[in-house]
Design a protein around this ligand. Sequence first.
Ligand code: F0G
Length: 457
Amino acid sequence: MRRTLFEPFKIKMVEPIRVTTPEFRQKILEQAGNNPFLLHSSDVLIDLLTDSGTGAMSDKQWAGIMIGDESYAGAKSWEHLESVVKELTGMPYVLPTHQGRAAERILYNILGGVGKVFISNTHFDTTRANIEFTGSTAIDIIYEESKDPELDLPFKGNIDIESLKQLITQYGRQKIGAVIITVTNNSAGGQPVSMRNVKDLREICNQHNLLLVIDGCRIAENAYFIKHREDGYAHKSYLDIAKEMLSLGDAFIMSAKKDGLVNTGGLLTLRDEALSVKCKNLLIISEGFTTYGGLAGRDMEALAIGLTEVFNEDYLHYRIRSTAYLGEHLKAKGVPVVWPIGGHAVYVDAGKLFPHIPIQEYPGQSLVCDLYTHGGIRSVEVGSVMFGKYDEDGQLIPAVNELVRLAIPRRVYTQSHIDYVLDVFDAILELRDQKRGYKIIYEPPFLRHFTARFEKC
Ligand code: F0G
């Protein structure tokens, strides 16, 4: 394994991290109900909660902030953003929003409704929530083998084409609101989707006259995997690969907080004029006028620049390899991780790491708490705390896997920070058998992981 990863940037401004002790963190975590979502970020040393909106902007983006045009209508910064997005997507209608879920709310409000069905490789939580909120059903279909966390396959994010055909026959074209391909597939380990898969999907959508939406907030990261794993793409640029994929879609939704390399922003782009008019009406009612959505001019300027920087070869190589660096070294230590490593995050299989902790005592929450107390690292449980349900007798219906996500913010942490994370895992591994589970002492009715409180068993 190559040890040194070259970070292709210099640091021009620093944000100090307050170094704390395990005793302090133990106390603070207990006060926060053993739920890292309830911690103050100033008490966190390395924040791996999400890669969303947590990245660092470049000097050029900060310079763009200073020349942001704040005009209400037809701002120069909007024209800059619109031209970059049209060039990337090849779609004529571009709608800016304040973040990804706002774009989802607009599109799925129009396409959804009671009795409609949406089919995706995996709907992200907010995508599913926006669809279900309209009374529609959201169905996830990835290949069976992709569900095995250990199987080494190049494109575990792919949609299951055979299941899609069956669902189309089962529900009929009229009932299907859209087919959504999420690249990379965040909720399935950040795994990539192949170009072949999207081409096959396009063909089926053509045959049945179905709308194909690309949820592409990590489209540049996905392009990296295509170039390095799929036949015929080795000599193409990342930008051309992304353009080719987007040319296959009817609509593109992007949370710009990821591969837009900005702290907030979202996009909805469309090919169909009639649909774009409906969406623009909702945009104006709920987000803002069509030339700013929910964004300031300076946000749009920074996003226009970010969308160009993200396809830089050195950046993408560093980005994907630095995530893999953490994952590969964890695996080498014997920490079970979802394999292969995805683009934006490493997913640790806490169920396998702590086999002595019963699922009802949430092994993932135990690891999340340990990472914080041992090392001040904040992560998120993606297991039965997040996805668990109760049966009629109040017994836990567990999630498929008990995972913990270590999401890597873009251009924020150096290799030494990641080496530090690896050292913290060493400390946890040494005490592995002594780790205990947690019980929930408070939980709200929905999305309990955000505010639930826990006690050690
Ligand atoms: N789609 C995908 C695939 C996402 O990963 C996210 C956000 C969204 C849509 C919603 O975008 O947050 O801008 O409204 N994912 C974040 C995460 C929150 O932590 O994975 P948003």
